[in-house]
Design a protein around this ligand. Structure first.
Ligand code: NAD
Ligand code: UGA
Length: 458
C-alpha cells in the first residue's frame, strides 16, 4: 500500500508509543513506525499487549498494528524510509559531571541525532517530541548540518503535554498542540507539514505555532506552573494542620475564583512522575547558568516543598504512632505515582518506604498495576518490604495503612473487614484524602488526612 506520509518516531516509551498509536489511528493514510533500542519493549508493542499500562491504549494499538503502525528495532531502515522523524527518547536528570542533579542528560538525544545523520539518504523534518532544555534545537541543527551534502534537516519543537493515566484522552482531544519553528521559508514549510498532520483531528485554533525557543521554554514553564500549584496547596495543607482549617474547603474556596481555577489543587503526599522534578530542575539549571539566581531559587522551592511534604507525612506517622515505628507493619495502599498507571518513576511511595525503613518499620506494598516496578525500585533493599497484590491479604497484621496512590479501588474496600484484620489501635494515613474519614473513624480507625484535623480515639 502507498501511504500519503511516512512518519518515524525514535523512542517507544510512555510518550512515543501512545502518541504514534494515536497518529496512526487518526491518520490511516500515513505510515507510522516506532523504533527503540529495547527489543523487549518492541516485542511487547508488537504483541498488542503494550509494555505500559494506560487506559484505552491496547485498543488503539491493536487497531493500527500491521495496518499502518509498526514497531521495530531497525533504526537505520526506519531513518532511511521515513521523511518525518519524531525524537521521543528519554531525557533524565544528569547524574554525573557538570550540572549533575539539575541539568538534563542529553546523551540519548545526541545519539539519536547522530543516527539520523548517519543513515539519512534524503532530507528530513526532525521533531523534538521529548522535553528538552531551551536551545536544544540549535544543537540538533548543528549536528545535523555537519553533513554538507545537499541533504537538509529542518528541526521543529513539538513538546508533548499528555499526562499518564489519561494519555489517550489527552492525545485524542488535546487542550493545545504546540509547534515551534524557525521563521525561515524552510522552517515555516516544515511547520506547516506538521500542522497538517495534527489537523487530521485537532481543530486549527488549538494548534499553536511559535518561535522555537518559546516552544521549548513553554513546555518547562507549563510543568513548573502545574507543579507549583501542587506545592502551593501542599504548603497550605501544613498551615491547615496547625490551625484547624480544612485544606479541601480552602482549595474549593480558592479554586472557585475563576482567575485561579479549581484544577490541580488536590493536597497530597507530594507530586511524583518522571517529569515534574526533572523539568523544574532543568529550568533551575538554565536560570543558574544565565545568572538568574533569584529566579532559580524561586523555581527550586517548588521541589523543596515537595520533599518537605513527604518528610512531614512520615513525621506525622511517627508522632501519631507514639513516637516509634520500630517493628510496626505499615501497608502502603498504592505505589504508582498516580492512579491509572503502572509507572512508579519518582513516586512519593519510594521515598516514604525508604524513610519508614530508616525508622525500622516493616512495609507491605500493594498496588493493582505497579508491583513489578515497585520491586525494581526497591531491589537494593535486602529485607523489610513485602509485595502483596490482594489488599485484604496485604493488610493482615498491619498497624497502619498509608494511602500513597488515589486508585479508586481503595475507596470501595470493606474497611470493617480490614479493621478486623489489623493490629489495634489501627491507623489510616490518607496521603491522597480519598477515603471517607468519618466512616473510618466510626469503624474504630484513628484517621490522619492531609491538611485536616486528625480524627483520633485517644
Ligand atoms: P521512556 O523512558 O518511557 O521512553 C524513552 C524510550 O526511548 C526508551 O524506550 C528508550 O529505550 C528509547 N531510546 C533512547 N535512546 C534511543 C535511541 N537512540 N534509539 C532508539 N530508542 C531510544 O520516556 P518517556 O516517558 O516516553 O519520556 C520521553 C520524553 O518525553 C522525555 O523527555 C519526557 O520528559 C517527555 N515527556 C514525558 C511524558 C510522560 O508522561 N512520560 C509526558 C510529556 C513529555
Ligand atoms: C504531567 C503534566 O500534567 C503533563 O501535562 C506533562 O505532559 C507531563 O507531566 C510530563 O511532562 O511528563 P503526569 O506527571 O503524567 O503529567 O501526571 P499529573 O497528572 O500531572 O500528576 C503528576 C503528579 O502530581 C502525580 O504524582 C499526581 O498525583 C500529583 N498531583 C496532581 C497532586 O498531588 N495533586 C494534584 O492536584 C494533581
Amino acid at each position: 500500500m502507498s501511504f500519503d506520509k511516512r512518519i518515524l518516531c525514535i523512542g517507544a516509551g510512555y510518550v512515543g508509543g501512545p502518541t504514534m498509536a494515536v497518529i496512526a489511528s487518526k491518520c490511516p493514510r500515513y505510515s507510522v513506525t516506532v523504533v527503540d533500542v529495547d527489543q523487549g519493549r518492541v516485542d511487547a508493542w508488537n504483541s498488542g499487549k503494550p509494555p505500559i499500562y494506560e487506559p484505552g491504549l491496547d485498543e488503539v494499538v491493536r487497531q493500527g498494528l500491521g495496518r499502518n503502525l509498526f514497531f521495530t528495532t531497525d533504526i537505520a531502515r526506519g531513518i532511511r524510509e521515513n521523511d518525518i522523524i519524531f525524537v521521543s527518547v528519554n531525557t533524565p536528570t544528569k547524574t554525573f559531571g557538570a550540572g549533575a542533579g539539575l541539568a538534563a542528560d542529553l546523551q540519548y538525544w545526541e545519539l539519536a541525532a547522530r543516527q539520523i545523520l548517519e543513515h539519512a539518504e534524503s532530507s528530513k523534518i526532525v521533531i523534538e517530541k521529548s522535553t528538552f532544555p531551551v536551545k536544544t534545537a540549535q544543537a540538533m541543527e548543528r549536528i545535523l548540518m555537519s553533513r554538507n551534502d545537499g541533504i537538509h534537516f529542518d528541526v521543529l519543537s513539538n513538546p508533548e503535554f499528555l499526562a499518564e493515566g489519561t494519555a489517550i484522552r489527552d492525545l485524542m482531544n488535546p487542550d493545545r498542540v504546540l509547534i515551534g519553528s524557525r521563521s525561515t521559508e524552510r522552517g515555516l514549510k516544515a511547520r506547516d507539514e506538521l500542522v497538517q498532520i495534527y489537523a487530521n483531528w485537532v481543530s486549527r485554533e488549538r494548534i499553536l505555532t511559535s518561535n522555537i525557543w518559546s516552544s521549548e521554554l513553554s513546555k518547562l514553564a507549563s510543568n513548573f506552573f502545574l507543579a507549583q500549584r501542587i506545592s502551593t496547596i501542599n504548603a497550605i495543607s501544613a498551615v491547615c494542620e496547625k490551625t484547624g482549617a480544612d485544606v479541601t474547603e480552602v482549595a474549593k474556596i480558592v479554586g472557585m475564583d475563576s482567575r485561579i481555577g479549581s484544577k490541580f489543587l488536590n493536597a497530597s503526599i507530594g507530586f511524583g512522575g518522571s517529569c515534574f522534578k526533572k523539568d523544574i530542575l532543568n529550568l533551575v539549571y538554565l536560570c543558574r547558568v544565565e545568572g538568574l539566581e533569584e529566579v532559580a531559587d524561586y523555581v527550586e522551592r517548588v521541589v523543596r516543598i515537595n520533599e518537605y511534604q513527604k518528610e512531614r507525612f512520615v513525621l506525622n506517622m511517627l508522632t501519631a504512632m507514639f513516637n516509634t515505628l520500630a517493628g510496626k507493619k505499615i501497608c502502603l495502599f498504592g505505589f504508582a505515582f498516580k492512579a491509572d498507571t503502572g509507572d512508579t518513576r519518582e513516586s512519593p511511595a519510594i521515598d516514604v518506604t525508604r524513610r519508614l525503613l530508616e525508622e525500622h518499620a516493616e512495609i507491605v506494598v500493594t498496588d493493582p498495576q505497579a508491583l513489578v516496578s515497585a520491586r525494581e525500585d526497591l531491589a537494593d533493599l535486602e529485607r523489610g518490604v513485602s509485595y502483596v497484590a490482594d489488599p485484604y491479604e496485604a493488610i493482615r497484621g498491619c498497624h497502619a495503612i498509608a494511602v500513597m496512590t488515589e486508585w479508586s479501588l481503595y475507596r470501595e474496600l470493606d474497611y470493617r473487614k480490614i479493621h478486623d484484620l489489623m493490629v489495634k489501635p489501627a491507623f489510616v494515613f490518607d496521603g491522597r484524602n480519598i477515603l471517607d474519614h468519618q466512616a473510618l473513624f466510626e469503624i474504630g480507625f484513628n484517621v490522619y488526612p492531609i491538611g485536616k484535623r486528625p480524627m483520633s480515639h485517644f
